[in-house]
Design a protein around this ligand. Structure first.
Ligand SMILES: [Zn+2]
Length: 258
């Protein structure tokens, strides 16, 4: 199977404090409640940007794994030109990931803490507490600032484990394309309201395409989702008009987990 991917790598930074050529990603200032770094990885020089976020919920490891594998893939597959940018934040809630909780270290659900019009309404019980005020959590602020810095044309968040392609804003076509490639059904509604969620804030209220990819609890996330994710990136980049072909195959390796 062949697929094109037009993202060139400018800078991949395991240590976000290092400044090694290319664009500078000032995400060292982003820290969790407990002071853990919230790292981001930048691929590409500029142009239309995709922001990919894993680990908003710390007990949803498949999304972290998938984001890390995307980073590994983009690190290893450079193309000769760059027409777009991918920014990957693999672990938005590192404190939650460290102890296996959905919520952050203050017991707040980051995906209910965004400053939506309906913030603080709906079900706010255990594990879905919004916090007293919107954007009160540093993890939420990290995402908000990344979006305002990079102005992504599409935002994708990895969650688990509903096994579907959920979307907000003008993302039906992209969701359908992803669904075709990964075999998971498109679901516009998840059956419950999500006030204060990333999808509500950027998708419903700001009309940006937001994909919430609900993974299945299975091994080898990358194998299922690779084509879908790279197609999404290509679609974004082809809107920059000069596609660059890059062949990949199905060989892949598990990333090291820092
Ligand atoms: Zn989740």
């Amino acid at each position: 199977m062949q697929h094109s991917c037009a993202i060139a790598i400018v800078r991949v930074d395991e240590n976000i404090d290092a400044k090694e050529g290319g664009a500078t990603l000032e995400s060292s200032t982003f820290r969790s409640v407990k002071g853990r770094k919230i790292k981001s990885f930048l691929f590409g020089n500029g142009g239309p940007t995709a922001l990919v976020i894993g680990g908003i919920h710390g007990d949803e490891e498949p999304g972290v794994e998938l984001a890390e594998e995307l980073i590994n893939y983009l690190s290893a597959n450079q193309s000769v030109d760059s027409q777009g940018r991918v920014v990957v934040m693999p672990v938005a809630n590192p404190d939650g990931l460290a102890v296996g909780t959905r919520v952050n270290a203050r017991g707040i659900d980051i995906n209910r803490n965004f400053p939506t019009k309906d913030f603080g309404t709906g079900y706010l019980g255990k594990n879905c507490y919004s916090g007293k005020s919107a954007a009160s959590e540093p993890e939420t602020v990290a995402i908000l600032e990344m979006v305002s810095q990079f102005r992504p044309r599409i935002i994708t968040a990895f969650h688990s484990e509903l096994g579907c392609v959920n979307f907000d804003g003008p993302a039906l076509k992209v969701a359908e394309m992803i669904s075709k490639a990964n075999g998971l059904p498109v679901r516009k509604e998840l059956g419950y309201k999500t006030p204060g969620s990333l999808g509500t804030y950027y998708g419903v209220e700001q009309h940006k395409p937001v994909i919430t990819l609900e993974l299945l609890p299975e091994d080898e996330q990358w194998r299922r989702h690779k084509t879908a994710i790279l197609m999404m990136i290509d679609l974004l980049v082809s809107s920059a008009k000069t596609p660059v072909k890059l062949v990949y195959n199905w060989d892949w390796k598990m990333p090291g987990r820092a």
